[in-house]
Design a binder for this molecule. Sequence first.
Ligand SMILES: NC(=O)c1ccc[n+]([C@@H]2O[C@H](COP(=O)([O-])OP(=O)(O)OC[C@H]3O[C@@H](n4cnc5c(N)ncnc54)[C@H](OP(=O)(O)O)[C@@H]3O)[C@@H](O)[C@H]2O)c1
Length: 318
Amino acid sequence: MKAVVFTKYGSPDGLRLTEVENPAPLGDELLVKVVATAVNQADHHVLSGSLRFSTGLFWPRQPILGSDVAGIVAAIGPDVSQFQVGDAVFGDLSGHGRGGFAEFVTAPEDAWALKPGTLSFAEAAAVPMTAVTALQGLRDYGQLQPGERVLINGASGGVGTFAVQIAKVLGGVVTAVASGRKLNRVQAIGADHLIDYTQEDFTENGQPYDLIFDTVGNRAVAAYERALAPGGRFVTTAFLPGLLLRGWWPVHRAGQKMVNMMAHPAREDLMFLAKLLASGQIQPVVDRCFPLAEVPDALRYLGNGQATGKVVVRVPAV
Ligand SMILES: NC(=O)c1ccc[n+]([C@@H]2O[C@H](COP(=O)([O-])OP(=O)(O)OC[C@H]3O[C@@H](n4cnc5c(N)ncnc54)[C@H](OP(=O)(O)O)[C@@H]3O)[C@@H](O)[C@H]2O)c1
């Protein structure tokens, strides 16, 4: 099969489209014919070697990136009980060695859920990692309650475009922060209030928020803290070392809580999101699709901050 592989850490320039052996499903694994996959900032992190303590100290243990996959079950291992050949599925394979930038991939059945019939494969590939991160950040870490004021910093990104919509589903009053040219799109997916970060600093405008969900990490901890209401929570996907110094879920003045979050692939969350997607309560924002051979361009496009929402890769290769 064709796959985009990397054999040493570096930039997207080092990725190559090449022939590799077809994977075969073992035990409880599905063999999935990839129809679409998405690029994530996590692919950049793995590619650059910044996660080398978990992905291989000197060279990458898994040569194929790509966590978010939508495709069709082509074969099943002997212990599979929940899927059959021909099912349309989607999933986040980041806990199973990735491998989405290829024509076929295997992963245990727990990594997959049935694709909502209302979504194209490209739309479905845009969902798993970023939508689950937004859900876990707002619902689990952030404990968002109906009627609360929630600010999404990074609202035009992969995580942020889902966060705006999920926050609305959870009953929040949503303020979205993004760059000016992307605000129209963010408003169209339901944000109640908009802040163009090139014109206004939300940590300086005197508006307090019950929950700040941050995907950028571009402010000092004290600045984020200033924008929290009494009892407010701050959750970031971006990892702020300053929060570690303050301890995990510390109680600050006025009962405020601040945390670096770490999302985990969860099938039950993906199935919960599938229902919201099927009913049209949330929808993926797909900026652009690239063919498999252009994965390096897709990664550069995401890395340059050009995209609004998700960048998707269609398979076949060209
Ligand atoms: N901790 C976890 O479990 C976890 C899980 C998933 C993702 N992540 C991380 O979360 C981060 C976001 O992921 P993503 O997929 O949403 O990335 P993305 O699609 O590249 O989005 C990045 C966002 O950052 C915004 N941004 C850039 N500069 C900004 C600034 N100065 N002020 C305000 N916003 C700014 C961009 O807004 P404009 O485009 O409008 O400038 C864009 O909305 C990444 O670092 C990723 O690695 C962590």
